[in-house]
Design a protein around this ligand. Structure first.
Ligand code: G3H
Ligand code: 13P
Ligand code: ZN
Length: 332
């Protein structure tokens, strides 16, 4: 059993309290590789931002859970080396799918876990979440739960609406589970294809404009649970310049589209205090690598193309922190 406090990590409790009160959101960046980890830490240190480094089931399979935990421990030491005296780094399990996975992570040093029972019937979601909370809280590990199902790109907008979190359920859910934060569904979804062109309109330049998030649902939830930390998954914006670079240098991402940044900016000012971003990091990395290799066909040392990839991800992380979520300068 390793306690996260011995690794210099922190849980989300204080961080979220301050973020809700201060009208900003904490970035939750997924990581699988050393370059992502380095870019996240550099961005957080340079902007003096707290940060959540999160690990999915896929990341655990790709990189090995033990390695990821040591990378997070390394992230804390690296942040200090970069001049940050007291980094605030959370190691979070993203989309935990069972009590056993959550327990595994808690036992090996995670400071926060998500138990995603959103696909389960309501009472089963409550029972599973409560079981994880009871275990996690013994070690002061915080727990994110989910209520409502994120839309898939294949959903019609009207069908997607029917999966939105039901505001009338949130008080009962939060009270009975004891969860520390709640991921809700208000129209975001995972991946680089969040909406079909048919779900969008076009602006005067012919650029696709996605349907707005359901802020009415968010505000109803906030009214039911004043000050309670709310989480948004699927919040990549799918920057069109990165998509264009990928397509220019041999990629094929037709009609990739994300959540407009001004909507995330607005959400950050509300009780939304954790915003999950993964796809934008993948796009930033892939765009830089494709461009570098196309322009330097003789290069074969991974350090040659992973350096611009890391730089591009760092730039993106800094942009999210400073220009979208507003978590810069909120350490300590
Ligand atoms: O929520 C999903 C994250 O983007 C993680 O995706 O399971 O492919 O690592 P992944
Ligand atoms: P994106 O695919 O929009 O980056 O969402 C990531 C996420 O929600 C991870 O849990
Ligand atoms: Zn997610």
């Amino acid at each position: 059993m390793v306690n996260y406090k011995d690794l210099g990590l922190v849980n989300t409790r204080e961080m979220f309290k301050k973020a809700v009160a201060g009208g900003y959101a904490i970035p939750a960046f997924n990581f699988n590789t050393m370059e992502q980890m380095q870019a996240i830490v550099m961005a957080a240190v340079e902007t003096k931002s707290p940060v959540i480094m999160q690990v999915s089931k896929g990341a655990r399979k790709y990189a090995n859970p033990t390695i990821l935990r040591y990378m997070a421990q390394g992230a804390v030491e690296y942040a200090k080396e970069l001049g940050c005296e007291k980094p605030e780094i959370v190691l979070h399990l993203d989309h935990g799918d069972s009590f056993e996975t959550c327990k595994d992570c808690i036992d090996c040093g995670f400071s926060s876990v998500m138990i995603d029972g959103s696909h389960l019937p309501y009472e089963e979601n409550i029972a599973l979440t409560k079981k994880v909370v009871e275990y996690a809280h013994q070690f002061d590990v915080t727990v994110e739960a989910e209520l409502g199902v994120l839309a898939g790109v294949e959903d019609e907008v009207s069908a997607a609406e029917s999966h939105y979190t039901k505001p009338e359920e949130v008080i009962d859910f939060a009270t009975r589970t004891g969860c520390d934060s709640l991921a809700i569904s208000i129209g975001t979804s995972h991946g680089a294809y969040k909406f079909t062109p048919a779900q969008c309109t076009r602006n005067e330049k012919g650029i696709l404009v996605p349907p707005p998030l359901a802020f009415d649902v968010l505000h109803e939830i906030e009214a039911k649970l004043p000050g309670f930390p709310i989480v948004l998954h699927g919040s990549s914006s799918v920057p069109q310049d990165e998509v264009a670079t990928i397509n220019e240098f041999g990629g094929k991402l037709p009609d990739a589209i994300g959540i407009p940044e001004e909507q995330l900016r607005e959400a950050s000012k509300s009780a939304v205090c954790k915003i999950n971003i993964d796809s934008d990091s993948r796009l930033a990395m892939t765009a830089a690598i494709r461009k570098h290799l196309a322009e330097n066909p003789s290069h074969f040392d991974p350090r040659q193309y992973l350096t611009p990839a890391r730089d591009n991800m760092k730039k993106m992380y800094i942009h999210k922190i400073v220009d979208v979520l507003g978590s810069n300068g909120h350490l300590g």
